[in-house]
Design a protein around this ligand. Structure first.
Ligand SMILES: Cc1ncc(COP(=O)(O)O)c(C=O)c1O
Length: 413
């Protein structure tokens, strides 16, 4: 049966790096739950994280319950009933547009946790911010670029300049996706050049620099990030928050799949698997990207060291298995089109070659499948949902969730 298998040790490896960045820069490092929010894993991140970044009420509740600490919420729009609940326990609530803020301002500022003097420099338990669109693109994928022309995400800096900021004590900038500290620094400086006076207002106490920072990748320039944050804190006396999602989870999990059928058709050799790009790893189709794939054989091999550093080895490895990386089509003698057991013609993960022929029943592993996968899965076509499990340091597999027919039925109303 298909399975998402996650390594708590790998999560902690990333978390320790992020904690060190927090300690050296003075920033607060939040876990963006939109990337990964499996409750059973939160205890591994909790000692390292300052809290969570939530996209709305449900993620905020999950974060408050399973991570604790600071709860920062940003949503493109809030329903009043959701907002009323959030006011009782969130710490930062950031708004996407001036009309949203104006519509809810009275309700927000009347809440006892919001304090009384809204333009003072005191820090109440609950503070409100505005998401800004600095209109400064550094990304390459329009789907993930909040600064694309016509974007609905954030208030353009020029609009912010004329706004009534009564009751606002934070600014939120999220523009990056899988990017480096250089892009963050360029974005901040572009924003700063237009908004220096807003950043310097005494009522502005926090700056949230969003997510999209690939901090735990070996090539990420952490010293640049740390000096940028220190500089912002020194010059503007702001509390700086970062809310990466992916950086907590990169190279911490795999999706294990089984070959269900193999056949030739129209010039391709197809392998149908028990997993679907559409239902279980939709970014493969949306972004799109090509995951690393490994063929697994049960013959014991030497333990393959250094997961997290090399794409030659999957993030999670069972000690009695050997993992052989698949190549580009034609690179190895046996090429297959890896496809899903769904009706969607384009539900294909890609064309991969192997050193040996695949057989029905073989296991294949898709690497780096913790972030933006489990949180996005569906029961499309009623394909059985992969179970979710943890591989502990002692080799024990702990299954934390298995899905059944009832899960499919009960979702559909
Ligand atoms: C507002 C906001 N914060 C944080 C994140 C997390 O980004 P990532 O997982 O790329 O670090 C996102 C991702 O879309 C986001 O939209």
């Amino acid at each position: 049966m298909a399975q998402f298998l996650i390594s708590p040790a790998a999560l902690q490896r990333n978390a320790a790096i992020l904690q060190e960045v927090a300690q050296q820069s003075g920033a607060h490092l939040l876990v963006a739950l939109k990337a990964f929010s499996s409750p059973s894993c939160m205890k591994y991140l909790q000692p390292y994280a300052a809290g969570c970044c939530a996209s709305g009420l449900y993620e905020a509740r999950l974060g408050a319950r399973h991570l604790g600490g600071h709860v920062a919420v940003y949503s493109p729009a809030y329903r009043e009933d959701e907002l009323r609940e959030l006011l009782d326990f969130a710490h930062h609530i950031d708004f996407n547009s001036l009309p949203q803020w104006q519509r809810h301002r009275e309700l927000c500022l009347a809440h006892p946790r919001a304090g009384k003097n809204h333009n003072s420099t005191d820090k109440p338990e609950l503070q409100f911010g505005l998401r800004v669109n600095p209109c400064f693109s550094t990304g390459h994928t329009p789907l993930y670029d909040p600064c694309i022309p016509g974007s609905r995400l954030g208030i353009p800096t020029a609009q912010l300049r004329d706004a009534d900021l009564t009751g606002i004590s934070g600014l939120h900038l999220h523009t990056l996706c899988e990017q480096g500290a250089r892009e963050l620094a360029d974005t901040f400086h572009a924003f700063e050049s237009e908004a220096r006076d807003i950043l310097a207002l005494p009522q502005i106490r926090y700056l949230n620099l969003g997510g999209g920072h690939w901090i735990t990748k070996p090539e990420y320039d952490r010293s640049l990030l740390i000096s940028l944050i220190r500089d912002i804190r020194d010059r503007y006396q702001l509390d700086v928050y970062l809310e990466p999602g992916e950086a907590w989870c990169i190279h911490t999990g795999i999706l294990r799949a089984t070959v269900l059928d193999i056949f030739d058709s129209l010039g391709y050799r197809h392998a149908i698997l028990d997993v679907s790009a559409s239902a279980h790893m939709p970014d493969v189709l949306e972004m799109p990207y090509r995951p690393d794939v490994f063929a697994v054989s049960s013959s014991p091999g030497t333990p393959q060291a250094d997961p997290g550093k090399s794409s030659l080895f999957p993030a999670v490895q069972l000690s009695d298995c050997r993992y052989e990386p698949a190549g580009r089509p034609g690179e190895h003698p046996h090429t297959y089109r890896l496809g899903a057991p769904t009706c969607l013609a384009g539900d294909v993960i890609g064309d991969y070659s192997f050193t040996r022929q695949l057989r029905v029943g073989d296991e294949l592993v898709f690497d780096d499948m913790t972030h933006y996968t489990i949180v996005k899965t569906t029961h499309f076509n009623g394909v059985p949902h992969p179970s979710i499990a943890l591989l502990h340091r002692d080799g024990r597999i702990e299954e934390t969730r298995r899905f059944h027919y009832q899960d499919f039925e009960s979702r559909l109303g």
